[in-house]
Design a protein around this ligand. Structure first.
Ligand SMILES: C[S@@+](CC[C@H](N)C(=O)[O-])C[C@H]1O[C@@H](n2cnc3c(N)ncnc32)[C@H](O)[C@@H]1O
Length: 266
């Protein structure tokens, strides 16, 4: 395969290489899934980093994403995990994957837990689109169901460093292409006027013969304050239960590096 889809497949694969640095949020979603009993909806499911282990744990999980290459990886990851489930290593959940825009999503099911994890809300678009995304979370919950929104709160030093400079993020071996080395570089440029950051990511891949291939992507990330995240939940009709400052649900405080909102559907 060549062309845009092949590049999309590589970008999805290298996203999983990014995730070698574990964000450490799975236990939060496992605990909330246990509290509600599921079923679970993940908006912007990506390659299934959270959805697959939740399904392995025995929950009925639905994951939504607009990127078919990401969904292919989630599907393959679940197929591998489900072999383990059938082999008796864990519970017997399910994973349904839906391709589409999470903002306009209208599934017939209602869920016990619905979440949008790890900065995905930044990718959805400007504030009005983010409002619709949180409304989408809310409308897919049954009464008493729980919504979670998790985004980073970059501090002043981090914002100041997003001045367009190119930084080396990591150099890793590609486990899916023996002998290939991937170098990730990125450049972020923050615009205070729109509170948004243009993030360009470049992956240079050297294969065993020494030839180099470059794939890249560029996204505009629409940042949010903790207050805005709370406002989005309230305007979606959710009752805010907790604003946490990390995945261990330490209450949000001065200089928290992220906001994890946990809210209940009335
Ligand atoms: C940072 S990844 C997060 C993946 C996963 N939730 C995780 O935590 O590893 C963001 C994902 O959001 C998806 N995405 C962004 N905007 C979307 C939209 N409007 N509708 C559906 N998916 C979207 C992208 O395709 C991408 O897979």
């Amino acid at each position: 395969m060549s062309g845009p889809r092949a590049a999309g497949d590589l970008l999805a694969r290298y996203y999983d290489l990014d995730l070698e640095d574990d964000p450490g949020d799975l236990d939060l979603y496992l605990a909330l899934a246990a509290r509600t009993g599921g079923p679970v909806l993940e908006l912007a499911v990506g390659s299934g980093r959270l959805a697959v282990p939740l399904a392995e744990e025995g929950y009925e999980v639905t994951g939504v994403d607009m990127d078919p290459a990401m969904l292919d990886r989630a599907r393959a990851s679940w197929a591998r995990a489900a072999d383990g489930v059938r082999g008796g290593r864990s519970g017997a959940g399910s994973l349904q994957l839906v391709e589409g825009d999470l903002v306009t999503l209208n599934l017939p099911q209602r869920f016990g837990l619905a979440f949008i994890a790890l900065n995905s809300l930044f990718q959805v678009g400007p504030f009005e689109r983010q409002r619709e995304a949180v409304a989408s979370l809310a409308r897919h919950l049954r009464p008493g169901g729980i919504a979670v929104v998790d985004v980073e709160l970059p501090d002043a030093a981090e914002l100041a460093s997003w001045d367009g400079r190119v930084v080396l993020d990591w150099i890793r071996e590609d486990p899916e292409a023996a002998g290939s080395t991937v170098i990730r570089m990125s450049s972020a440029r923050h615009d205070a006027v729109t509170a948004s950051t243009q993030l360009s990511v470049i992956y240079d891949v050297t294969d065993p013969s020494g030839s180099v291939r470059r794939v890249s992507r560029s996204d505009r990330l629409h940042l949010l304050t903790a207050q805005q995240v709370e406002d989005l939940a309230v305007s979606a009709g959710l009752e805010v239960e907790l604003l946490a400052g990390d995945h261990q649900v330490t209450p949000l405080g001065p200089f928290s590096q992220r906001v994890v909102l946990i809210a209940v559907s009335l």
